[in-house]
Ligand binder design. Structure first.
Ligand code: AMP
Ligand code: MG
Length: 393
């Protein structure tokens, strides 16, 4: 049985970044940038005022000056400093004469009714946001692989990069197997249960650079499962996910059906609890995963393996493990397999702490809504004070 760490290495070798596309900024949130963002000009592009106040000559001492005009934000800068004895009103963001701006804050002045301005302080260059103080033309502002969150999108907008080059989203087909399953809106007959994995996967994919293009439920017969798998393969999905049927029971067809269709099976079990039956397969650059049907196993396998592969396909780094201390009083049962235990953050001051959540078994959905991470409990040993956590949000 392959270990989680070895499977990560194997999966990393299977998932190459998908092709790119240019898309409008408004639809780029959550995508991964695939080109460097270079500053097209100095940032800021001109000297600007950081305050509301007055522009004076750099040699102007404190004392009375006459107010001779205003430079509103959005207007070009004056060609030079005002002559000594005069001042120009400026506001935050006003353009300033290049390299020679000297400002007095409004709070350090007093304006009388005759337009005479008393400077209580001499001017200071401190209040100027200098051209190129943040970046020079040609500097790299964002590197390829950057996740386009709201902050990164704002930076793109600020330099007019309105059609960024991003990874195409991975297309996912999801086949849900199990004769016991009914849709969530249906009342289960005796012995039946509602399908929760369809909803789980649809939700998880939304935050994982991927797009669900096909999703179908099928019973347990080999014939029907084969037909449904062929329908999934007939789509242009990059990744096929099969829920349930990944183990060795009478109704577990996933591995055999994939192998019969020419897929190379890279693993069929992984030393993880929950999540042991896990199939990873590939054929001509296309990937297929068989996930155990139990909802908590599903959640764990998705975060450990599928999300990692989707990050690689998107051309970005997988979510890294976070080092944390176990919250005091936490009890985690070790197992011969490595355990990935749902947990929440319970920080104390600056100390990152992980608190394990109680779970009964791998079918236990009750913790999924609260889980903020998966705490790694090494095989056969209880977790020490220092643990690794895979964040899931
Ligand atoms: P399997 O991996 O198909 O052997 O399923 C393992 C367990 O997970 C069984 O108890 C199934 O009923 C349950 N299960 C399988 N698929 C789903 C699903 N889509 N939603 C909820 N439970 C499921
Ligand atoms: Mg099943």
């Amino acid at each position: 049985m392959i270990t989680v760490t070895d499977l990560w290495a194997r999966l990393d070798g299977l998932a190459a970044p998908l092709p790119t596309e240019r898309i409008p900024l408004a639809s780029a949130r959550g995508r991964v940038l695939r080109e460097p963002l270079l500053a097209p000009e100095d940032q800021p592009p001109f000297d600007r005022s950081a305050i509301d106040g007055y522009l004076v000559h750099p040699s102007q001492p404190a004392g009375l000056v006459s107010l001779v005009g205003t430079v509103p934000p959005g207007r070009p800068a004056p060609s030079g400093a005002p002559v000594p004895g005069t001042a120009l009103r400026v506001l935050t963001g006003s353009a300033l004469p290049s390299g020679c701006a000297a400002l007095v804050m409004q709070e350090d002045t007093h304006l009388n009714d005759t337009g005479q301005l008393m400077l209580l302080q001499p001017p200071s260059p401190r209040h100027v946001r200098r051209r190129a103080s943040q970046a020079r033309a040609g500097d790299t502002l964002l590197a390829p692989g950057q996740l386009l969150n709201a902050g990164a999108l704002a930076l793109l907008a600020s330099v007019g990069a309105t059609t960024p080059l991003v990874s195409r989203r991975a297309r996912i087909a999801h086949l849900v197997t199990g004769a016991e399953l009914v849709p969530p809106e249906q009342s289960p007959a005796p012995g039946q249960i509602r399908d929760s994995n369809s909803t789980l996967i649809a939700g998880l994919l939304g935050d994982a650079h991927a797009e669900l293009i096909w999703q179908q439920r099928v019973g347990d017969s080999r014939h029907d499962t084969a037909a449904a798998l062929d329908a999934a393969l007939a789509t242009d999905a990059d990744v096929i996910l099969v829920s349930g049927g990944a183990s060795v029971g009478d109704h577990d067809h996933t591995g055999a059906l994939l192998a019969a269709r020419g897929f190379t099976i890279h693993c069929d079990k992984v030393a993880s609890r929950p999540g042991k039956p896990f199939i990873a397969a590939s054929r001509d650059g296309r990937l297929a995963f068989g996930l155990p049907g139990n909802p908590l196993s599903h959640f764990v396998c998705f975060h450990l393996f599928v999300r990692r592969v989707l990050a690689r396909l998107a051309g970005t780094a997988p979510v890294p493990l976070v080092r944390a201390r176990l919250a005091p009083g936490s009890e985690v049962r070790p197992d011969p397999r490595e355990t990935w235990w749902p947990c929440v953050w319970a920080d104390e001051g600056t100390q990152r702490r992980a608190k394990p959540l109680p779970w009964r078994d791998s079918s236990d959905l009750t913790v999924l809504g609260a889980a903020e991470g998966l705490l790694r409990v090494p095989a056969a040993t209880a977790a020490g004070a220092e643990v690794d956590v895979l964040p899931c949000r």
